[in-house]
Design a protein around this ligand. Structure first.
Ligand code: BMP
Length: 224
């Protein structure tokens, strides 16, 4: 069971990361924060919580050459980098994965997204993206907590060896634990924690809700 906190809004998170460190599994750094504070800020935050999983959410979607250059700016400070899945393997994700492998870093690829409009694009694109993911075998995949059925499809197709991270819990309406029940390894929560008056209490409550839902759904089939 995992909880990743999305840090998106430009701001100072040093104190918050220190407080959340023992309560969550990792942090996902969004583009607004990285652009405002610079890639080195990821390193500064990491020093507050070294053993957590640190993910740079660059949502890369470009030719391999440019994705490598971009990932290279932040890779030393994080464990994993997120790219979009629709750009394909040759000349794009394949190059990025080889590059990250050479640095000992992990690639996470978006299979589908959590917002309502994702249906327009991803309902058609998902079968192709799943083929890409089967060939590429990235360390991790992003699949939406708002559509647990999609999480289940990704899990069944890619098997147990991939880490599935699911955004959409809290501010976007998905309940804590719902994606875990569908087969995800981590739920990504941003505003429901960072926008709360008491982020530590919010993270602890979400943890408790994840545990409760997970213990209820265990024993039932994934993807429900
Ligand atoms: P929030 O919990 O505040 O809605 O934040 C969700 C986080 O997950 C944001 O960092 C966003 O970029 C990310 N995300 C998402 O919401 N939907 C996706 O499909 C993919 C994402 O990475």
């Amino acid at each position: 069971m995992g909880l990743l906190v999305a840090l998106d809004r430009p701001g100072g998170y040093e104190e918050l990361v220190g407080k959340l460190c023992s309560r969550v599994d990792g942090f996902k750094l969004g583009l607004p924060l990285l652009m405002a504070r610079g890639p080195g800020y990821a390193g500064l935050l990491r020093r507050r919580c070294r053993d957590a999983l640190w993910v740079a959410d660059l949502k890369l979607a470009d030719i391999g050459y440019v994705m490598r250059l971009t990932a290279g700016l932040v890779a030393e400070h994080v464990d994993a980098v997120i790219a979009h899945g629709f750009v394909g393997v040759e000349g794009a994700l394949g190059e990025l994965k080889d590059y990250l492998d050479s640095l000992g870093k992990r690639l996470v690829v978006v299979a589908s997204m959590s917002h309502p409009g994702a249906r327009e694009a991803y309902d058609h694109a998902l079968p192709r993206i799943l083929e890409t993911l089967e060939r590429l075998r990235p360390w991790g995949v992003v699949a939406p907590a708002t559509r647990p059925g999609v999480v289940g499809i990704v899990r069944r197709r890619l098997g147990p060896g991939v880490a599935i991270m699911s955004p959409g819990v809290g501010a976007q309406g998905a309940e804590p634990g719902s994606a875990l029940c569908a087969g995800a390894d981590y739920e990504i929560v941003g505003r429901a924690i960072t926008g709360s008056g008491d982020p530590v209490e919010a993270a602890e409550r979400i943890r408790r809700e994840q545990e409760a839902r997970l213990s209820n759904c265990r024993g039932t089939s994934h993807g429900s």
